[in-house]
Structure formats: C-alpha cells, structure tokens
Design a protein around this ligand. Structure first.
Ligand code: PGA
Length: 262
C-alpha cells in the first residue's frame, strides 16, 4: 500500500478472542450480526478467534465474508501424541488464517515458556497462518520497565526468524494488568511509549510491515482514543466483544487522526 494511511501504510486490524466464552450453538447468531454489521467496512482487516469447538461453525458462517477466523492457541508440532492440543494444519484445514500465540492467560494457565512460544510461532509460519503474538508486562509500572519485559518477550519469540517470516507476524501489546473483569485499559501515554518501543524493535529488524495491536479492556467507549495513538495499528478486544453489537461498533469505527498528525 503506498497511499498514506492512519497506520503508516499498514492495513489496520481489529479483532476479538472469545476466550472460553459462548457455546458453539450461540455462535451463528454472533457471526450473522457481525457479518451484517461490518459488510461495508473495507479499510481494515477484521478477525475473530472463537474456541476450538466453534471453528467449524465459524468456517460455515464466515466463508465468503471478509472476516478472518483463527485459533486461540496452536501446538508447536504438526501432529503427534499431544492429548488435547491442536495443530497448525488442523487450524488451516478449518480455514483459519490466524493463530494466537503467547496470550498471558496461556502463559499463566499452561506455563508457556518463550521456547514453546517460539516453537508455536514457527508452527504457524509453516502453514498459511498469521501468528498473532501477544506480549505484555505483568504489573502496572513505569514504561521503561515494561519496555524491557516486552522486548525480552519479543526476542524470545521472534529472534532468528527470516525477514519474510517476521513480516507475516502480527504483535498484540496487552499489559496483563489491563486485561479482564475489573481492569481498565492502559492510559494513552503508557500505550504510546510501549507501542513506540515495539515499533522500533520491529523496524530495526526489518519488520516495518508488522502490525502492532493494543489489547486490554478495549470497549466502544475507549477504542477511539486508543486508535489516536501513533503506533497503534489496530485493536484486540476481549470481553466487550462478546456482545456482537459492541464488536461491530468498534470494528466499524471511523479511524481518528493520529495524535502526531499522521
Ligand atoms: P479484555 O481481554 O478486553 O477482556 O480485557 C483482552 C485480551 O486478553 O486480549
């Protein structure tokens, strides 16, 4: 894309993970409402990551729409004796084009280490899947501390990738303290500092096309403000998007001018 855009030539991306919410039988109504509500929206990519049992429902409902679907995790091996796990070719076979990797709830609940996360990134890259790498600082603190933590996570997951591989990755910056019930989105200064640092980390490695999304208590009321932050290329929404109308409101929001005038 050579046209100026609100995100420096990178196509904005807005998506959601349902985490472990909504039953497969509830999914068709959500998909129908979101397909209907976003059908005129063409200046961004939209995606949804439902739980694994709902992926076939997503494929049936979203095939033919411009909304991408994907998995909330992926195993680092393509097949084998890994009870309960799901592989990249399985996701690809169900039409998924995205695999979320390294969400803080996976790191917490499943003890995912950098080595495993790096393996999962490579598994997604062996298949036609966009690895959506989540990084984030654990406790609210100074941006400088958070930047060091996030840079370590980026290195652990992405060091050693070729430029072609790196350019296929999407990063979500999700401060852990800003995620979930009772939390609030990070303030815009913190978001700006972290996104600028992640942008810089990626750019010096040739990842200028890698999109960096913000996640953590995004809702229809704060999405616009978050989208004004210079290096925010899109949003990754959790609980607010369980209501399809709230997701449509965020997904179809006109992009505001960036705070730095870009
Ligand atoms: P939340 O989840 O919007 O419910 O805070 C965000 C996330 O974990 O991606």
């Amino acid at each position: 894309m050579s046209e100026p855009s609100p995100t420096g030539g990178r196509l904005p991306m807005i998506g959601t993970s349902w985490k472990m919410n909504l039953l497969p039988s509830m999914a068709p109504a959500w998909f129908a409402a979101v397909v209907r509500g976003t059908s005129m929206t063409v200046d961004r990519e939209l995606f949804v990551l439902p739980p694994f049992p709902t992926l076939a429902v997503a494929q049936a409902a979203l095939r033919g729409s411009s909304i991408r679907w994907g998995g909330q995790d992926v195993h680092e091996d393509d097949a084998g004796a890994h009870t309960g796990d799901v592989s990249a070719p399985m996701l690809a076979d169900l039409g998924c084009t995205i695999a979320e990797i390294g969400h803080s709830e996976r790191r917490r609940d499943h003890g995912e280490t950098s080595i495993r996360i790096a393996g999962k990134i490579r598994a997604a890259l062996r298949w036609p899947l966009t690895p959506l790498l989540c990084v984030g600082d654990q406790t609210r603190g100074r941006p400088g501390t958070a930047i060091r933590i996030v840079e370590r996570q980026l290195s652990g997951a992405l060091d050693g990738l070729g430029q072609d591989e790196l350019s296929r990755v999407v990063v979500a910056y999700e401060p852990v303290w800003a995620i979930g019930e009772g939390a609030q989105a990070a303030d815009l200064d913190h978001v700006a500092a972290l996104h600028a640092a992640i942008r810089g980390w990626l750019d010096v490695r040739g990842g200028t096309s890698v999109r960096v999304l913000y996640g953590g208590s995004v809702n229809p009321g704060n999405a616009r403000g978050l989208l004004t932050v210079s290096d925010v290329d899109g949003l990754f929404v959790g609980r607010a998007a369980l209501d399809p109308e709230a997701f449509v409101a965020i997904a179809t929001m006109a992009f505001p001018p960036k705070e730095d005038g870009r």
